[in-house]
Design a protein around this ligand. Structure first.
Ligand code: GLN
Length: 532
């Protein structure tokens, strides 16, 4: 086995306590100490990947460079570490079972009865270890989705138990729990944490470190109690208070010495605390904006900010570059029409039309694109948002009545957005879109070039439909031009309207590549345009 150290992050008491952010924060701190780190998420559901899941079920589907459709936590990992993740960084029960069942069909188990233990657990262990062995990271942080005690997470906890037994002092378990504050009695309560640790112990895993999520600061007595009843060292109880921004969590964890305790547990040398200069600078600017700007995000999941997670985060990064706080206002595309558009959108300095699938809310998105175009309001259309801008332009500028995307209307007379050739034979829904990073070449005299400052870029995709190049001349003659194309296929990836203050539609998803260290230039230029 290599010298990789494995950190397992489990959760108890409740879901959504922020295991992903704690994992990403710890990774950031270890990275600042010069270690190579990667983070992996194990998701105990049976879907092969979240690509087929509705955003109501699962929030945003994040797409990696290598085209994996993954959990949105991978977005946090990339934004915190400024480092790509891959298919190997997200494992689901579906994928684990699929591999085992395929092996069984091939006869690889040589007549044995195939069982959860050892076959499923072995496959989980293989997928955890592969990151360490293949890429030789110093640390692999594995976040186990769900909550201890769930039936579906049992094989994962068992795999962790076995790995800890095999790896000895090359592994650490961090258990994240909730310590609620009871107003009636005026005190923090540790019992749920105690119970959740008991559950973990029942499954054979003793945590080394307990991170307690709390709304308000807990006193030392509470920490001591958790330590005593949960059998961890006093300095192994870490407080994770609610903070206004997730980007404060690494610094909070540094103050709490989470990284130091992890290094000590692994018997590694603890050198002096590294400075997080760029991170601190980012936070300083984040907390002290010189102004604010209101931007509309037109989409159909208005009550679900997680559906557009990476877009929200990209606006935070771009706001910091421009020294403003971007207030993103969700506008329900289903409520927008020719009569309501002005009322619903007039107060915003910029309009972003979100990615999406299916026809719900599509006419509202098209109307929003018209409003932005006609009123010279800075506009960014992402994927479906770009497609809506194209449809709108075809209908209202070129005069192609009933122009549409073939996704919404099979029999439109003008399929200005059409199914890609490569998609025509596809029947399976899962993992079959045009996914992952593709190169794009940018025209020099364009807003895109102004943003990227180079002609060769690479951006991530997740779609089946495309700009229909059959109509390219009509668009160019009327003032909507392609400024970015795929060098191999000539697919149109970026459109702009030069005769407008700032109007860009991108077929790809810039939001997947924005990080704290590298805010995305399309977002920073968009926000800049809303300020002038
Ligand atoms: N539904 C559109 C397509 O498949 C756009 C997808 C998206 O916005 N991600 O092409």
């Amino acid at each position: 086995m290599s010298n990789t150290n494995y950190i397992f992050v489990t959760g108890g008491v409740a879901s959504s306590l922020g295991k992903g952010i704690i994992s990403a924060s710890l990774a950031r701190l270890l990275q600042a100490r010069g270690y190579s780190v990667t983070i992996q998420k194990l998701d105990p559901y049976i879907n092969i990947d979240p690509g087929t899941l509705n955003p109501y079920e699962h929030g945003e589907c994040y797409v990696t460079e290598d085209g994996a459709e993954t959990d949105l936590d991978l977005g946090h990992y990339e934004r915190f570490l400024n480092q790509h993740t891959s298919q190997n960084n997200n494992v689901t029960t579906g994928r684990v079972y699929q591999t085992v069942i395929d092996k069984e069909r091939r006869g690889d188990y040589l007549g044995k009865t195939v069982q959860i233990i050892p076959h499923i657990t072995d496959e989980i262990k293989r997928r955890i270890k592969i990151l360490g062995t293949k890429h030789n990271y110093d640390f692999v942080i594995t976040e186990i989705g769900g909550t201890v005690g769930d039936i579906e997470s049992l094989p994962y906890i068992e795999a962790v138990r076995q790995l800890r037994w095999e790896m000895g002092n090359h592994s650490v378990n961090i258990h994240l729990t909730l310590v609620p504050f009871l107003k009636a009695s005026g005190e923090h309560k540790t019992k749920p944490t105690q119970h959740s640790v008991k559950k973990l112990l029942e499954e054979g895993v003793q945590p080394d470190i307990i991170v307690i999520r709390t709304e308000t600061p807990v006193n030392e007595g509470i920490k001591a109690k958790v330590a005593q009843f949960c059998n961890v060292q006093a300095n192994g109880v870490i407080e994770s208070r609610d903070v206004p921004s997730i980007y404060e969590v690494p610094l909070m964890m540094q103050k709490e010495k989470l990284d130091v305790i992890v290094l000590e547990k692994l018997g590694l040398e603890v050198k002096k605390t590294p400075e997080l200069k760029t991170w601190n600078n980012f936070l300083k600017r984040l907390k002290n904006p010189k102004g604010t700007v209101d931007i509309a995000l037109v989409g159909k999941y208005i009550e679900l900010p997680d559906a557009y997670k990476s877009i929200h985060e990209s606006f935070i990064h771009a706001g910091v570059v421009n020294e403003v706080k971007v207030n993103v206002h969700m506008v329900n595309s289903e409520t927008i029409n020719a009569e309501t558009a002005a009322d619903l959108l007039k107060d915003y300095k910029g309009i972003l039309i979100a990615p999406g699938f299916g026809s719900r809310g599509i006419e509202g998105k098209i109307e929003a694109a018209r409003f932005a175009r006609e009123n010279n309001i800075p506009f960014l259309g992402i994927c479906l948002g770009m497609q809506c801008a194209v449809i709108e332009f075809a209908r209202n500028v070129i005069g192609m009545e009933k122009a549409n995307s073939a996704e919404m209307d099979h029999s439109t007379p003008y399929p200005v957005i059409d199914l890609m050739e490569s998609q025509k034979q596809v029947t399976d829904m899962g993992g079959t879109m045009r996914l992952g990073a593709y190169p794009c070449v940018i025209k020099k005299d364009s807003l895109a070039y102004k943003a990227y400052q180079r002609i060769n870029i690479s951006e991530r995709h997740r779609h089946r439909y495309e700009f229909n190049s059959m109509y390219l001349d009509d668009f160019v003659n009327h003032g909507m031009i392609p400024t970015g194309t795929n060098p191999d296929t000539e697919l149109v990836e970026i459109i702009e309207i030069p005769n407008h203050k700032w109007f860009i539609g991108v077929q790809f998803h810039p939001e997947y590549q924005s990080t704290v260290i590298n805010p995305h230039p399309i977002f920073t230029e968009f926000v800049k345009a809303t300020l002038s």
